[in-house]
Design a protein around this ligand. Structure first.
Ligand SMILES: Nc1nc2c(c(=O)[nH]1)N[C@H]1C(S)=C(S)[C@@H](COP(=O)(O)O)O[C@H]1N2
Ligand SMILES: [Mo]
Length: 335
């Protein structure tokens, strides 16, 4: 049986990374022909993976476990390798939990995601405080394998699990005055050392925003999982935005509030350094950051001997899908 890897019976289960398990799970699904069609994941297959994790796996809530049964899987890319789980969950930006790349993995475990609610307000017909299950129980969970390009010129390829943001917006019914969406992250001083020490001088909460048409675009998702499992806290559990054609800082984590608004919201990085970070933040190899080039990126994992440098693509490689959103705009001015 494929998943049991009897040829590697001597291999301790702790040496099998979740990523290896994930690949194996995909291979199984591809072999049985269910990958493209989308189908059930057998229970035994899921149950068998939990004990292999090096990073303790958060218990998935019931609604996630249920929805995992009906995931619409995306075909694995032929030309780009997935970033190993260890890099995607060990090298993070989540300033609420500290300034260093390892701080989120070390500290975010203390955040509780139980009974999480999202406040939806502003220009909507159906404002309210919604539980995750309420927001997503009718949605089909989709896998989206996206490039993630940080403004710091490194990148990853991550298989997210989530729902189109458009589905949530339609549910709460934006009014005719709604032109932008504003997002806010959790602030909890008891568990967030980056908030209390505030080394970065950020005016918490972390805030992001999108134009309504960007928010409604089918590539824009709210992620609740990655690598076929529940989202780890350091990656923005239980709910984070993922806008693959924009620099990573737009993809706000651990969202507690979504507001439909008439005016362009003031966002965290834009308000800290407007000459360096714009509202749009579209990935653009022709518009350099004032302090470094954006023409290339370091694809993780990368090392001194194998830096793994590749050219950065316009709109992070999603130009065909999204360039039309910016027709007629001067992208050097509206960066
Ligand atoms: N609330 C919050 N969201 C955030 C950040 C943050 O510091 N706080 N960092 C952003 C940046 S700069 C990046 S590159 C991505 C990183 O996502 P990842 O750690 O899942 O790869 O999250 C973004 N979302
Ligand atoms: Mo970033």
């Amino acid at each position: 049986m494929l998943i049991r890897r009897s040829s590697r019976a001597d291999c301790k289960s702790s040496e099998i990374t979740p990523e290896a398990v994930y690949r194996e799970r995909r291979r199984f699904m591809a072999a049985s022909g269910v990958l493209l069609a989308g189908s059930l994941l057998p229970d035994w297959l899921l149950a068998g993976t939990a004990r292999y994790g090096q990073v303790p796996e958060a218990a998935a809530p019931d609604w996630f476990a249920r929805q995992l049964q009906g995931v619409r899987w995306q075909d694995a890319p032929q030309d780009e390798a997935l970033t190993p789980w260890s890099a995607a969950t060990g090298y993070n930006n989540f300033y609420e939990f500290g300034p260093d790349k390892g701080d989120p993995a070390a500290n975010a475990g203390r955040m509780s995601t139980a009974d999480w609610t999202v406040q939806v307000d502003g220009e909507v017909a159906r404002p309210g405080r919604y539980g995750l299950e309420e927001l997503f129980s009718e949605q089909t969970l989709e896998e989206r394998i996206y490039r993630l390009r940080c403004v710091e010129a490194w990148s990853m390829v991550i298989p997210w699990l989530g729902f189109p943001l458009a589905a949530l917006l339609k549910k709460v019914e934006p009014t005719a005055n709604a032109r932008y969406v504003r997002f806010e992250s959790l602030v909890d001083e008891r568990v967030m050392p980056g908030v209390t020490s505030n080394f970065a001088r950020i005016d918490w909460p972390y805030v992001e925003g999108l134009r309504l048409d960007e928010a409604m675009h089918p590539l824009t998702i709210l992620a609740v999982g990655m690598y076929g499992r529940i989202l780890p806290n350091q990656n923005g559990a239980p709910l984070r935005l993922m806008v693959p054609w924009k620099y990573g800082f737009k993809s706000i984590k651990s969202i507690v509030r979504i507001s439909l608004v008439a005016e362009q919201p003031v966002t965290t990085w834009q308000s800290m350094a407007p000459q360096e970070y714009g509202f749009y933040a579209n990935v653009n190899p022709q518009v350099d950051h004032p302090r470094w080039s954006q023409a290339r990126e370091r694809r993780l994992p990368s090392s001194l001997f194998s830096p793994n440098i590749r050219p950065t693509l316009m709109f992070n490689g999603y130009a065909e899908e999204v360039a039309g959103l910016y027709a007629g705009m001067d992208l050097h001015r509206e960066y």
